[in-house]
Design a protein around this ligand. Sequence first.
Ligand code: ADP
Length: 272
Amino acid sequence: KKYVIVTGGVLSGIGKGIFSASLARLMKEYGVDVNVLKIDPYLNVDAGTMNPNQHGEVFVTEDGYEADLDLGHYERFLGRDMTRHNNMTAGQVYLRVIEKERQGKYLGNTVQIVPHLTEEIKDRIRSLEAELLVVEIGGTVGDIEGEVFLEAVRELQMEEGRENFLFAHVTYVPYLRTTNEFKTKPTQQSVQLLRRIGITPDMIIVRSEFPLDVPSMNKVALFSGVPREFVINLPDTKNVYEVPEILRDMGLHEKISSKLKLDLKDTGFNWS
Ligand code: ADP
């Protein structure tokens, strides 16, 4: 099994979900058996008790699970029904570990974030069947809530083999009108945060308002230590349903298949 782990830097709401869903769709169009997992670091067990004004609509899955609206993106982009297994929240993980503690399953051991929560997270990630599993970690690198999930995927990569993992980091590069330039510093800092916790990104997805200039793209590649062809720019588009095709035109499927050694088959493309 291969994994693409999508993390976010700089800000939330920059299009990590759209990118993850688009990437999953693109690989599916090339004949790869893709599944997705959205991780939400909040302590709610599911999105059913969350105020829609704060968190957007609740998306109810086929099996009656109340999820984040991101699962709706996945369902629409992938054309495949999502279930409760496609979402994991910190609340679910904590609840399960505490239940097990009450049942005496830890045999008297001190129950800790590492290894007990991380083992629970890794088990849940491993339990999803697929040739390629896209795991989107909600929130932004550096958030205290997300730390345990990042630690779990860091361990998972060591246990399952680094060659089976691709870490894709989605960041935002703002454009400063007063000086007419793109600012890459926040991206640089978020990559540093990721490295500090032991995760080396393989790909940087730069979201921006307009297309980035070549020197700024080169700068991102240089300071993040990612080969230039693995730094891609996704400027705002009018229609997010075009993102899978935009990624295809950039040859993202080839980059991913070369890195993860996945076989691609042209299934004839039907983007509708
Ligand atoms: P995140 O997962 O980072 O919180 P989402 O993927 O949910 O962000 O996207 C946040 C908002 O930005 C959504 O309204 C989405 O439609 C919009 N968006 C995402 N990617 C793009 C893009 N490439 N161009 C224009 N709008 C986008």
